[in-house]
Design a protein around this ligand. Structure first.
Ligand SMILES: [Mn+2]
Length: 426
C-alpha cells in the first residue's frame, strides 16, 4: 500500500484554510518577537527520526500480546509501513533494523523498496538478549560479559555479522544494547563482567568500518533485576572511551530510574562529544515504552532544549542518530508512531523558540525567575502550525492522524495482508 500524492492534496484541501489562519497568527506574533519563522520551519522539515523495524507490529508484555490486524509479515512490508508514515509526516525517512529479526533475503530488492519510498537505513541493532534457534551457546548468563569465552566469541561474531549486514544496506552505525547482568547478589563478579564487556566491545569495534559509529546503550534494570553491566551513562561512556573515537553513548529515555535528570546527562555528553544516539519514548514507572511526550511533555522539551543548545554549541559532538523506541500494546502501531513523531517535532520546535542569548544573560544575572519565564514562554507556545507548514512544504499532510483515518490505511492493509499476519519482534 502506497499513499499517492493526489490523496495527500485532497486531504490537505480540507484543512488548508484553518492552517493558513493559525499559521498567520503565530508567524506574526513570532516575527514581532524577532524569530526567523522560516528558519525554524526549515529545521523542522530537515529533522528525520528513524522507525525501528520491530515497532510496526503490535507490542506486548510478558503477560500477553494482543495482535493487530494487517501487521507486516516480512521486512519489505515493514519498510512499506515506514513509507506510509513518512509519506504522511515527512519526518520518518529512515528505518533501523533489528538483526536477526529482520535479515534481508534479497538486498537489492529491499534497497529498491526503501529507495522508492525515500527511506534510508539507520543504525543496525544486534540482539544478544535471547537465544536464536540452533545457536551453539546460550546467553542465559550474559553475552559480551559472559564468563565463558565461547559465549563471548559467539556474541562478538554476531555483532560483526550485523555490521556486515548493515554495510550492505548503507547503514553507518551499530547499536549495542546488552541485557547482561545478574538477578541475584553474588551471581556475578562486577569487575569481571565489566572487563569482559569492555574487551568484547573492543573486538567488535575493531571490525567497525572507518565511517561507522558504535552506539552503546545503557539501561538500569530489566531483564536482570539485581545488576546490569551497562546500567547508566557513566558505564556506557567509560566503555565508549575504552573503545575509541567512533564509539558513543546512546540515551534511551525509558532507560533511567524515575526522576533522573536526563537533560543534564544529554548536555554533559554533548560537551564531551560523546552523545551518539537517542531513543524516544515516554514512561511513568520504568521502561514503559509509551508514546513520546504522552506522560512528561515538559521533560521532553527540557531535553530538546539541551539538544538544541548542543547542536549549536558543541561541534565536537557528531550528528545524532534519532530513533523512536516505543511499544504500542493497545494502539494501532502506525498511529502511535505518528503521535510520537508529532510530539518529538513539537518539543524540537518549542526548544528552537528558547531565546538562548536572553537565557544566558538571565543566567549571568542570576535572574532565576527570568530563566524560568524564558523556558516556559517557549514551552507554552502552540507550535503546531509550524509543524503543519513544515509537512506541507515537504509534501506531507497537515494532519497525519486525521489523514491516516480518512484514507482508511489500516483497512487497506488488512485487505492486502489479512487478519492473521504477525510481525517479528518482541
Ligand atoms: Mn532503546
Amino acid at each position: 500500500m502506497k499513499i499517492q500524492e493526489e490523496q495527500i492534496q485532497i486531504e490537505n484541501q480540507k484543512d488548508l484554510a484553518s492552517h493558513v489562519e493559525s499559521l498567520d497568527f503565530l508567524s506574526n506574533k513570532l516575527t514581532k518577537q524577532n524569530y526567523d519563522v522560516n528558519a525554524i520551519i526549515s529545521k523542522l522539515a530537515d529533522f528525520q527520526v528513524a522507525i525501528p523495524s520491530w515497532a510496526l507490529g503490535a507490542g506486548g508484555t510478558r503477560f500477553g500480546r494482543f495482535s493487530y490486524f494487517g501487521e507486516p509479515s516480512n521486512l519489505e512490508q515493514k519498510i512499506e509501513d515506514v513509507g506510509i508514515i513518512h509519506s504522511l509526516t515527512k519526518t520518518a525517512g529512515a528505518v533501523s533494523l533489528h538483526i536477526p529479526w529482520d535479515v534481508p533475503e534479497d538486498y537489492t530488492a529491499i534497497k529498491e523498496v526503501a529507495n522508492s519510498l525515500d527511506i534510508k537505513f539507520d543504525a543496525v541493532n544486534s540482539n544478544t538478549f535471547q537465544d536464536q534457534k540452533n545457536a551453539k551457546e546460550s546467553y542465559k548468563y550474559g553475552s559480551l560479559s559472559n564468563v565463558s569465552q565461547a559465549v563471548r566469541e559467539q556474541a562478538i561474531q554476531h555483532n560483526l555479522d550485523v555490521i556486515n549486514i548493515g554495510n550492505k544496506l548503507g547503514s553507518k552505525a551499530l547499536t549495542v544494547w546488552l541485557a547482561d547482568g545478574s538477578c541475584f547478589p553474588g551471581q556475578n563478579n562486577f569487575q569481571t563482567a565489566f572487563q569482559n564487556t569492555q574487551d568484547s566491545l573492543i573486538d567488535i569495534y575493531k571490525g567497525l568500518p572507518q565511517d561507522w559509529k558504535m552506539l552503546i546503550e545503557y539501561k538500569p534494570y530489566e531483564p536482570n533485576f539485581y545488576s546490569t553491566v551497562i546500567q547508566d551513562w557513566g558505564a556506557s561512556l567509560m566503555l565508549a572511551n575504552g573503545c575509541g573515537d567512533k564509539a558513543y553513548t546512546l540515551v534511551d529515555l525509558g532507560h533511567h530510574l524515575p526522576n533522573s535528570n536526563i537533560e543534564q546527562i544529554v548536555s554533559i555528553l554533548q560537551l564531551k562529544g560523546k552523545l551518539g544516539g537517542f531513543h524516544f519514548n515516554d514512561s511513568k514507572y520504568g521502561d514503559d515504552d509509551l508514546t513520546a511526550g504522552s506522560i512528561k511533555p515538559y521533560a521532553l522539551f527540557l531535553i530538546f532544549n539541551e539538544l538544541v543548545y548542543g547542536m549549536k554549541n558543541n561541534p565536537q559532538n557528531p550528528d545524532l542518530a534519532w530513533m523512536i523506541d516505543a511499544s504500542h500494546n493497545v494502539k494501532d502501531p502506525l498511529e502511535d508512531l505518528i503521535q510520537s513523531l508529532e510530539a518529538i517535532q513539537e518539543s524540537y520546535a518549542k526548544a528552537l523558540l528558547v531565546d538562548q542569548d536572553a537565557l544566558k544573560a538571565a543566567q549571568l544575572d542570576n535572574d532565576v525567575v527570568k530563566c524560568q519565564e524564558i523556558l516556559q514562554g517557549a514551552f507554552r507556545t502552540d507550535v503546531r502550525p509550524l509543524l503543519e507548514k513544515a509537512r506541507l512544504l515537504s509534501g506531507g499532510v497537515l494532519n497525519p492522524i486525521k489523514a491516516y483515518r480518512s484514507l482508511d490505511v489500516r483497512e487497506g492493509l488488512i485487505r492486502e495482508r489479512g487478519k492473521n499476519t504477525i510481525a517479528t519482534g518482541l
